[in-house]
Design a binder for this molecule. Sequence first.
Ligand code: AP5
Ligand code: MG
Ligand code: ZN
Length: 219
Amino acid sequence: MSKNLLLMGLPGAGKGTQAENIVEKYGIPHISTGDIFRAAMKEKTPMGVKAQQYIDKGELVPDDVTCGIVEERLKQADTKNGYLLDGFPRTLEQAKQLEIMGEKLDKKLDAVINIDVDPDILVARLSGRFICKSCGATYHKLYKQPKVEGTCDNCGGHAFYQRSDDEPETVKNRLKVNLEMNTPLVDFYSKLNLLHTVAGDQNITDVTKDINKILTNLD
Ligand code: AP5
Ligand code: MG
Ligand code: ZN
């Protein structure tokens, strides 16, 4: 059975962290709109230059740009056995567009996993995050340190960076913008009977265990 999945949650909820396990388990591609925008920003493509204006302020990139990117991505052959969306949809309009894409491409969502967290803990999550420059693996100065200090577990790299949108002022706006949209999206997927919620304020391993339980029940 195909696995067409969506991982949703506020900034810092742990979408990227948990996505690693899910995509490995099923051999499906991880489609993070944030990662796609950051790659385009690095390459300075026209789309990247446009997206950066919004991302640097902690605003959402307009729906038409974001939906276009996802539709193109879902058309690629590697989504044949499923996909894991991370951070898309983030507005009701995007959710409606995704339903239309799903119909059209015969790739409708099978399940939505919502990582639910108290917004108060998210500033600490984001301010402590650091990322490997060569492979993109994500760490945290308190909650997920590399096994050998200064060396990436995944690729052995030694250079790390912090995301420019993890500055405290930008984080505040990201949280505000995403909080506004979160409840309507949760309601949307709850009405479609697709929603599964996990408690995201546990440690990383326990969140993974809860997600695995949900996935097992879907098999
Ligand atoms: P995006 O890159 O998706 O950012 P985000 O939603 O703000 O989420 P993050 O990636 O910051 O958090 P995460 O949930 O992945 O957490 P992580 O696993 O890293 O989007 C960036 C921007 O792009 C948006 O602001 C917007 O401008 C634009 N954009 C993207 N999609 C869009 C869309 N659909 N529409 C419009 N605009 C869009 O974990 C965070 C930290 O916590 C890490 O250090 C990690 O090690 C640690 N951690 C994780 N889990 C735990 C745990 N259980 N306990 C303790 N620490 C943990
Ligand atoms: Mg992420
Ligand atoms: Zn690495």
